[in-house]
Design a binder for this molecule. Structure first.
Ligand code: GLC
Length: 426
């Protein structure tokens, strides 16, 4: 937290020196996240807009960790700071940040509205206001080492049990051959929003629901959820290193991309980087749907993620800021970001674009994965979503760290969420 306040103070200090200078044009500051090459792509896109319009852009670095980024934004927005005009906001934040954001419906043409996935426009519409424009879509994916699966005669796993068995077979073989650093499965186990996504995927893959139902009922205390958590706990110290409990996206990617994991759970951005010219695993990686759980209601379940762009109500230049958002979310820019960074477009037409289909072979499989993806319960829980997710993460992290049976933690979490829900009236 202290680190965040220091960052907020630095942003306030640095940007209070802004002036329009001798140019009539304005300076627009934009905050982007920093997973992989997010900052670079944000910068090059924003600079292209600046060149085209004669304005200036300033990139404000923010933490890669979603919770830290939200806390920073909340601090700045609560102070009604003018320092950031355009905010990159997570799909789970529209309701939390809506009071501080302007209505962007005017920059959305009828044609674009029809092309954007409706679920995203709905997600970003709060009390009739379009508080953010969809920018890219995320869904959890399974990355695997094609070369290692071939070497051991294994198929891409369709169930978690197959994943554990394959990871163990490859690990046993490779470790015997002297590869002591290899891990079986890396994912996001740190106590933050990324763990909410991972755990929701395990639970949904067992048919254990989405923590809170769309009608507001808390559903987390169920036997499928307990079985899913027990399964994940069994990976730690066997196919996953203990350190996974402090991994976020970039730590997992670091291990996988340096050639030290058979499987990884991550978002689509990791595809472009794993196949970059300097990647040790270039050309050796495949992507598939995350495995299914066990039982009658088992299914493949990917958490729905993604990011949007929003304009602050406290911006001194809301029109120029909205124009930057219009530019960055346009088809041309979404295509460039998909080609260079495998950030998945929010425009349906780009999924049949020939260049993109060639650059990202998993495109053909991505749409069904997204269309059946599991949303976190941020719409129904609205402004309380962050409290719900934090309580969930505390319980999951505790269960994975080996404190007590998962089923007992689920009972406690259920009561805590029911208290928060005020009897279902979120
Ligand atoms: C990615 C997703 C976002 C999610 C976050 C969790 O940034 O786009 O929706 O909340 O990861 O770490």
């Amino acid at each position: 937290m202290l680190r965040l306040f220091a960052l907020a103070a630095t942003i306030l200090a640095v940007s209070s020196g802004f002036s329009a200078g001798t140019r009539a044009e304005v300076t627009i500051s934009i905050s982007c996240s920093s997973l992989g090459i997010e900052q670079q792509l944000c910068q090059s896109g924003a600079e292209a807009w600046a060149q085209a319009t004669g304005n200036t852009v300033k990139l404000v670095p923010t933490p890669a960790d979603a919770n830290e980024r939200l806390a920073l934004y909340q601090t700045l927005l609560a102070a009604q700071a003018k320092d950031i005009d355009v905010f990159q906001i997570d799909v789970i934040w529209p309701a939390i940040l809506a009071p501080h954001l302007v209505d962007l419906s005017a920059i959305l043409s009828e044609e674009d509205r029809a092309d954007h996935f409706e679920v995203l426009i709905d997600n970003n519409t709060v009390d009739g206001k379009l508080v953010a424009m969809p920018w890219f879509m995320d869904a959890g994916l399974l990355y695997y080492r094609q070369d290692l699966l071939e070497k051991y005669g294994k198929q891409v796993p369709k169930t978690w049990a197959e994943l554990a068995e394959t990871a163990k077979a490859v690990l046993d073989g490779e470790r015997q051959a002297g590869n002591a650093n290899l891990q079986g499965y890396v994912w996001q186990g740190r106590a933050y929003e990324g763990l909410t996504c991972n755990a929701l995927e395990w639970i949904a893959s067992y048919g254990g629901g989405g923590i809170v139902d769309p009608d507001g009922t808390v559903t987390i205390d169920n036997p499928q959820a307990a079985a899913a958590l027990e399964m994940a706990r069994s990976w730690i110290g066997t196919i996953s290193p203990r350190g996974v409990l402090s991994y976020a996206e970039e730590e997992s990617r670091g291990v996988f991309q340096s050639g030290n994991a058979v499987f990884m759970r991550n978002w689509p951005y990791a595809w472009a980087l794993a196949n970059a010219a300097d990647s040790p695993v270039k050309g050796k990686v495949g992507v598939a749907a995350l495995p299914q759980g066990d039982g009658a209601e088992a299914r493949h379940a990917a958490a729905m993620g993604g990011q949007n762009l929003a304009v602050s109500r406290y911006s001194a230049h809301p029109d120029e800021a909205a124009d930057l958002v219009r530019y960055l979310t346009s088809a041309q820019e979404q295509k460039r970001r998909a080609q260079e960074g495998s950030f998945n477009p929010t425009l349906r037409s780009l999924y049949s674009d020939a260049d993109l289909v060639t650059a990202n072979p998993f495109y053909k499989d991505f749409l069904p994965i997204v269309e059946s993806a599991v949303a976190r319960p941020s719409t129904i829980t609205g402004r309380r979503y962050n409290q719900v997710s934090s309580a969930f993460v505390r319980m999951v992290h505790g269960a994975l760290s080996g404190q007590g049976a998962a089923s007992a933690s689920l009972v406690d979490l259920n009561s805590e969420l029911e208290r928060l829900s005020r009897g279902g009236n979120w």
